[in-house]
Design a protein around this ligand. Structure first.
Ligand code: TXD
Length: 314
């Protein structure tokens, strides 16, 4: 059986890390694409030269021409400009919208059957544009944000309670950004909801609230430390988990930006919700009952995504 092909559009910090992880996990052959000449070729060669040491077989190449995307099974899109300190995700809107339009054309022409994972910010808007411009079915176009946001939430909870990250699950809804909605009663330590852990005295409500806020600000915290770009290790790991779920038909239940068609009272908009990812792409959207407070927070988040979409069409 031929190897899968993974195309990475954007070979910057996240793109390079994606290529390395895809190689290490033997997900398939990898093409790194970028507008910068030489850089994707150099990164691909460098990672390929690590393969004998780490014992993985993957053909890694770099490209500056969209024809290199031909036949890709998965495309992960990071092309765009990353946040600089003081810049909001929304400042990136106009610049990245244009870039995503070009990438969508490339995908439509060269690999219209691919599963497309968008990472470029502002995420919820960019993934919507990708689906619109590429004309691919909504189930084949998703956005990565929820896996990252919930990983941050899980890490902070595990650290606070001194338990393994493996035993912490987290549930995050809504748009990627300051309005994201971490749901404490659906986030657990070994199945025990965080709300129960507060009652059990493991965690104070105040500490939990602090962690929720830190999760919301997780991206900005890294930006202010790095000063020259945004997070890339955890975002890359998160997108690779989504790609793997598709390529191996794992039916993972993961929070992703998916196009809603009536779920949660939202129609025709990409928002972060739990979905099942398998060979069909987004095979199912998980719709849970929200209480009044959660519903209000979710709608606030949806509103923020809508406003950004409107800003773009003005
Ligand atoms: O949770 C999430 N979704 C995110 C999103 C978490 C972290 C970062 N997130 C966003 O991902 C970030 O705000 C950026 O919009 C993207 C990519 O982040 P990265 O850190 O990888 O940015 P880089 O290192 O600047 O890489 C971007 C590359 C760079 O090499 C450019 O030359 C290239 O994109 N680029 C293009 N590639 C192809 N085609 C076009 N038109 C193009 N324009 C720029």
């Amino acid at each position: 059986m031929a190897r899968n092909k993974i195309a990475l559009v954007g070979a910057g910090n996240i793109g390079g890390t994606l290529a390395h992880l895809a190689g290490l996990k033997e997900l398939g052959d990898v093409v790194l694409f970028d507008v910068v000449e030489g850089m994707p070729q150099g990164k691909a060669l460098d990672i390929a030269e690590s393969s004998p040491v780490d014992s993985f077989d993957s053909r890694l190449t770099g490209a500056n021409d969209y024809s290199a995307l031909a036949g890709a099974d998965v495309v992960i899109v990071t092309a765009g400009i990353a946040r600089k300190p003081g810049m909001s995700r929304d400042d990136l809107l106009a610049i990245n919208a244009k870039i995503v339009g070009q990438v969508a054309d490339g995908i439509k022409t060269h690999c219209p059957d691919a599963f497309v994972i968008v990472i470029t910010n502002p995420l919820d808007v960019m993934v919507g544009l990708m689906q619109k411009f590429s004309g691919l079915k909504p189930e084949k176009v998703v956005g990565m944000a929820g896996v990252l946001d919930s990983a941050r939430f899980r890490y902070f909870i595990a650290e606070a309670l001194n338990v393994s990250v493996e035993d912490v699950t987290a549930f995050v809804l809504g748009g990627h950004g300051d309005t994201m909605v971490p749901l404490a009663r659906y986030s657990t330590v070994a199945g025990i909801p965080l709300t129960d852990l507060v009652e059990m005295g493991w965690l104070t409500q105040e500490k939990l609230d602090q962690i929720i806020q830190r999760t919301r600000d997780g991206g900005a915290e890294i930006v202010s430390l790095l000063k020259t770009g945004s997070a890339f290790y955890a975002p890359a790991a998160s997108a690779i988990q989504m790609a793997e779920a598709y390529l191996k038909d794992k039916k993972r239940v993961l929070p992703c930006a998916a196009k809603l068609s009536g779920q949660y009272g939202v129609d025709g908009l990409y928002v972060g919700v739990p979905v099942v990812i398998g060979e069909g792409g987004v095979e199912r959207i998980v719709e849970i009952e929200l209480n009044e407070e959660e519903k209000a927070a979710f709608l606030h988040s949806v509103d923020a995504v809508k406003k950004l979409n409107e800003a773009l069409s003005v």
